[in-house]
Design a protein around this ligand. Structure first.
Ligand SMILES: NC(=O)c1ccc[n+]([C@@H]2O[C@H](COP(=O)([O-])OP(=O)(O)OC[C@H]3O[C@@H](n4cnc5c(N)ncnc54)[C@H](O)[C@@H]3O)[C@@H](O)[C@H]2O)c1
Length: 245
């Protein structure tokens, strides 16, 4: 990996499928050196050979594995915290175990990777942090209260990192996707049926489900040097869902 110049070396978490895989492909197409991690070894190895990105198979909630990844591959000028998982259940059917799981996957993973990435970014006086949140974190979600709480936490975390790190030339932003056709949404279809696709599309002004590459394009911009005066922002990639469809 050459990585000449600032912002040329990126880590993408949960890059094996869906939005994360689209981000890996887009950053590689933009010429960045990319390392990505995922717990799914088969998907990760396939994407690594397709894109010539480096792949580390690990669970993103495993702090020791994250440290080992940094020992082998750091420093990174770009960190994309993309790992996430959702749930489709009314809050009264949610257990304490669901709460711990969803907070861990959606929020604690960002804590772990950001804590490891920031010292080198601060020393280099350059960094781009992009967190993959969700419109659920801004609008709430019927059937996804805990997921929404975690994503709202991720947005607060993003803005706090932005406040603390602007003086180091580090920006921290979030994207807030609306419904995007990924394995996550396919699992929701399996669980509750095809009608959920129409319900999701109806939440957007554009009346459709988004594509992973549409999120990747927004992430690539926020990760680029062009986004040098943008920090602490949440960019909706949701067909106007945030406007109130
Ligand atoms: N798809 C949507 O409609 C949508 C909408 C809003 C936000 N998001 C967010 O976008 C991000 C990506 O979502 P997606 O739809 O691509 O999800 P996905 O489930 O389709 O893919 C997630 C990837 O992350 C990996 N992963 C999950 N947990 C992991 C863990 N603990 N350790 C390592 N790898 C792990 C999975 O193996 C998979 O490759 C998530 O943060 C999600 O919350 C998705």
């Amino acid at each position: 990996m050459s990585g000449a110049g600032p912002g040329r070396r990126a880590l993408v978490t949960g890059g094996g499928a869906g939005i994360g895989a689209a981000i890996v492909r887009r950053l590689r197409a933009d010429g960045l050196a990319v390392v990505f991690c995922d717990r799914d070894g088969a998907a990760g190895h396939a994407l690594a050979s397709e894109t010539s990105a480096a792949f580390v198979q690990m669970d993103g909630t495993d702090a020791a594995a994250a440290e080992a990844l940094f020992s082998a591959h750091a420093p990174f000028e770009v960190l994309v915290n993309n790992i996430g998982a959702d749930q489709h259940a009314f809050f009264t059917d949610t257990t304490a175990e669901d709460w711990r799981f969803l907070l861990s996957v959606n929020l604690e993973t960002a804590f772990l990777f950001t804590r490891l990435a920031l010292p080198a970014m601060q020393a280099a006086r350059y960094g781009r942090l992009v967190n993959v949140a969700s419109e659920a974190g801004r609008l709430g979600s019927k059937g996804g209260a805990v997921y929404a709480a975690a994503k709202a936490g991720l947005i607060g975390f993003t803005r706090s990192i932005a406040r603390e790190n602007a003086r180091y030339g580090i920006t921290a932003n979030a994207v807030a996707p609306g419904p995007i056709r990924t394995p996550m949404v396919e699992r929701a279809v399996d669980a509750v049926g095809e009608k959920i696709l129409d319900d999701m599309a109806a939440l957007t002004l554009m009346r459709r489900i988004g594509k992973p590459r549409e999120v990747a394009a927004a992430v690539a911009f926020l990760a680029s040097q062009d986004a040098s005066f943008i920090t602490g922002e949440v960019l909706g990639v949701s067909g106007g869902m945030g406007c109130g469809a």
